[in-house]
Ligand binder design. Structure first.
Ligand code: MN
Length: 489
């Protein structure tokens, strides 16, 4: 995972103020970029105090070309006439945030005079700047507030991480082992559309290719990975052969993913020719390392899992492939129970996961697959689903509150997470179903709904957010209007 991203600070001005003011602006902009970088997840690099159309166009060309530049942040210390920004902004291909701030925190009562006003006029400079981005229909983030405030740092930092999601998306390769589960609709999608919009390269590899690589894995390689498993997890089974088989699967899949530069993969229990076990522990431990996974050939959720992971803390946050399984409908205790037949990422775990082996009746398993079993953490989270509406993509995000599972479920042989959907289980489910959200989601404790909104805006796809204030009536209307708008777009 490339984490060497940086962001460029581009400050707008004009020649009118004279060299002295421009020097002050430049000095302060450098200081601000340097200071803010201490509190941001990625460096903010001061680039230019732009005064001409050419300076702006040149810096945008450079930003477009530089792979390490994940976005630009603009600000106008002084007034910067916006017609000089049109050519540059019209050719910008990187995420864009307008920081509306000013160098001084307070109006200095005694010192304020017209010189002060000429230098410190972000309040109207930022409005001129905002107009042109609105006029050009730029997909941009606006963050307003004092540049030294914690809140501004948090919002800029969150936006930066969403930009990393954009960069990762544009380089995303998904390796599909076999096709989608037969007859399932929601896991389908237009791969050409997805590549055009999101940049994903989604291609298939035969399960036989994987089996060939599995057969070449050495006992020494398996021993080394077994040592990692033993260190990270509690071994709660005597069936060492099953664990070693999962290690063989993990090593082979990782080799193929890395050889191709793929960060996500899917497989299906209906196509395991030549394999003894559906990868359980193998897929789970790959997800722990930042790879995205989708079951039943769900390549959309696989890529989204990798993207949300990359948007999280240190480029590999607590985000995981998840599936709504079953409800607890007792009044006052309404919860969803999420799990999967094996593959839930241990980044969600409360405590140390256990490796267990159990019979898995579904699919082509010849032998009992080893898997990690654990309970999910309590806390605020979101679930996210990307669906293909035919001609466009819709990203649905729902706020949820995860709880410690209210019962131990000792005979459930898989990892499990229990949550309360917003605004409440029944209304939340009605909204989710009305919007067409899938049974597969990415569950994240780490990425916020605001970040997903930012990401969707930057990718130019529809965003639907189900919150504590949602009602099916309002949502139905919103979806109807969005449907019309997206057809015209
Ligand atoms: Mn599934």
């Amino acid at each position: 995972m490339n984490t060497n991203y940086n962001f460029w600070f581009v400050v707008g001005s004009q020649f009118l103020y004279g060299p002295e003011v421009l020097e002050t602006v430049e000095e302060r902009a450098k200081e601000m970029a340097h200071e803010m970088s201490k509190y941001l997840p990625f460096p903010l690099v001061y680039k230019v105090t732009a005064k001409t159309n050419k300076e702006i166009t040149d810096i945008v060309k450079e930003a477009n070309y530089d792979d390490t530049c994940a976005g630009i942040i603009t600000w106008c210390h002084t007034f910067s006439p916006s017609k000089m920004w049109i050519n540059g902004l019209a050719s910008l291909q990187k995420p864009y945030c307008h920081l509306a701030t000013q160098y001084n925190k307070e109006i200095p009562n005694e010192e304020i005079d017209m010189d002060f006003m000429n230098l410190n006029q972000a309040a109207h400079g930022d409005r001129e700047h905002g107009f042109i981005a609105a006029r050009l229909r730029m997909p941009r983030k606006v963050v307003a507030g004092y540049w030294q405030s914690e809140k501004v740092h948090k919002r800029l930092g969150d936006w930066m991480k969403a930009c990393v999601g954009v960069a990762v998306s544009k380089n995303m390769k998904v390796m599909r082992f076999g096709d989608n589960m037969r007859e399932v609709a929601v896991t389908e999608g237009d791969k050409v559309e997805v590549q055009t919009k999101l940049g994903w390269q989604v291609n298939t590899w035969a399960v036989g290719d994987l089996v060939k690589v599995m057969n070449e894995v050495t006992e020494a390689e398996i021993d080394a990975l077994m040592a990692v498993y033993t260190d990270k997890y509690d071994i709660a089974t005597d069936n060492t052969d099953a664990i070693r088989y999962q290690a063989r699967e993990e090593i082979a899949m990782k080799k193929m993913l890395d050889a191709e530069g793929a960060m996500a993969f899917s497989n299906t229990f209906q196509d395991l020719y030549g394999m003894e076990q559906l990868p359980g522990l193998a897929s789970q431990h790959l997800m722990a390392q930042g790879y995205g996974y989708g079951g039943e050939g769900d390549w959309k959720v696989a890529a989204m899992t990798a993207i949300l992971k990359a948007m999280g803390e240190n480029g590999n946050g607590a985000s995981a492939f998840m599936e709504d399984y079953t409800y607890h409908l007792a009044e006052g205790q309404e919860y969803s129970l999420g799990a999967h037949m094996l593959e839930v990422c241990p980044s969600l775990a409360e405590g140390k996961p256990r490796i267990e082996t159990h019979h898995l009746g579904i699919g082509m398993n010849e032998k009992d697959p080893a898997r990690l079993v654990f309970e999910g953490k309590a806390g605020q989270a979101i679930v996210v689903s990307l669906i293909d509406m035919g001609g466009r993509l819709r990203l649905i995000c729902q706020d949820i509150e995860c709880v410690k599972p209210i019962m131990p479920m000792p005979n459930l042989p898989v990892a499990r997470v229990m949550w309360k959907a917003m605004p409440d289980l029944a209304t939340g489910v009605e909204c989710w179903i009305t919007a067409g959200g899938a049974h597969h989601t990415v569950l994240s404790y780490d990425v916020s709904a605001e970040q997903m909104r930012d990401w969707a805006r930057m990718m130019d796809i529809e965003f639907v957010h189900i919150t504590k204030d949602s009602t099916p009536e309002k949502l139905e209307e919103e979806l109807f209007l969005k449907d019309l708008a997206w057809k015209l777009k």
